[in-house]
Design a protein around this ligand. Sequence first.
Ligand code: FAD
Ligand code: UDP
Length: 371
Amino acid sequence: MRYDYLIVGSGLFGATFAFKAKQMGKRCLVIEKRPNLGGNVYCDTIEGIHVHKYGAHIFHTSNKEVWDFVNSIVEFNRYTNAPIANYKGELYNLPFNMNTFSQMWGVRTPEEAQKKIEEQKAEALLKLNGRAPSNLEEQALSLVGKDIFEKLIKEYTEKQWGRKCEDLPSFIIKRLPVRFVYDNNYFNDKYQGIPVGGYNKLIEGLLKDVDCKTSCDFFTEYKDCWRDIADRLVYTGPLDEYFGYQLGRLNWRTVFFKTRIEDTPNFQGNAVVNYTSHEQPYTRVIEHKHFEMFGQEVYNCPKTVISEEYSTEYKQGMEPYYPVNDESNNRLAESYRELAKQEADVVFGGRLAEYKYYDMAPVIEKVLGLF
Ligand code: FAD
Ligand code: UDP
């Protein structure tokens, strides 16, 4: 059979594209090199628990069109991300809010907290003497001050990025909200949740009645012959790989997980616990059941599955996860984008092919905008 589109990759970009194209009467074939569909949102089921195999995924957006779209495929639950930080056994709420300040300094009112933060920032601001922060350390110290920087930011960031805070760009930390209300919700977005029944339900809904082939690598099976079976290509794999790395290799940052079953119904009492000191080599521990089980449901499931998350430099053969958007990589990606423009019958989309850090909702928004 001849297809309108051959779609390389079954992550949210590829799967949403297939759904929309099918709605418009187009025929699609989705090929996926992994044994499972869904890209990074795919979940294994272990002990009845959906385990986020490629990293914890929390859906959040303020875009009503995207929220209505995903909810038309599957219902979402009321999960709200509220991570805990563990610094050498001391526990703090995240993101930085009145709970954190109260735990850190015993303050009770926003006024007391603001006063304390002003004191904490004073030294850094004096040092800056009016100039803008030029690295992550200066940015953090002038935003929240010394105690929070030392206990909740410095070592976590060093573990996560494998570099000193003074050698990292300041924009990384700007993403963390600072609030003078007792609100532990990590995201500021209007809508948030996890698909009821897990992310695989979302992918199954998107790819219903679409032809799919798993364990099928575009480069070994279709690169030279795809025009024989399809009119257009939608490519969601790594941008540099499509062009045979002819201009050089793009860098990525990657994480890996050590996952195990614990013989207890409730291991850490929260889905996400960040370990913010160097005492532990991992950055955070995910207890997957808390994404989808609440109240008594936690105890109705006698075991639990946890994943320690480790951050590491990317080497060939590892999963490419986060683009390293520094100057030289951005420049290289731009050169590849110029080459991509010459491929008139190919759509390059998603996190790998655009070499862009994308949350799930913006990926879906992008695809919806193409139709
Ligand atoms: P992917 O999901 O990576 O899909 C691309 C697919 O293409 C993969 O399945 C890959 O195997 C396949 N492929 C590649 N090359 C080939 C080939 N040659 N042949 C066949 N198939 C191929 N977003 C949020 O909104 N909230 C979160 O909490 C969140 N947490 C995250 C945590 C981690 C650790 C990571 C890495 C990302 C997180 N994200 C989160 C981002 C989210 O994963 C992405 O937005 C989403 O995966 C993008 O979908 P995609 O289709 O572009 O990419
Ligand atoms: N961060 C930190 N302590 C924490 C959590 C985050 O210092 O407990 C910093 C860290 O530098 C990280 C950045 O804030 O890279 C953004 O964190 P977030 O969890 O929002 O990003 P993600 O890891 O999901 O990309």
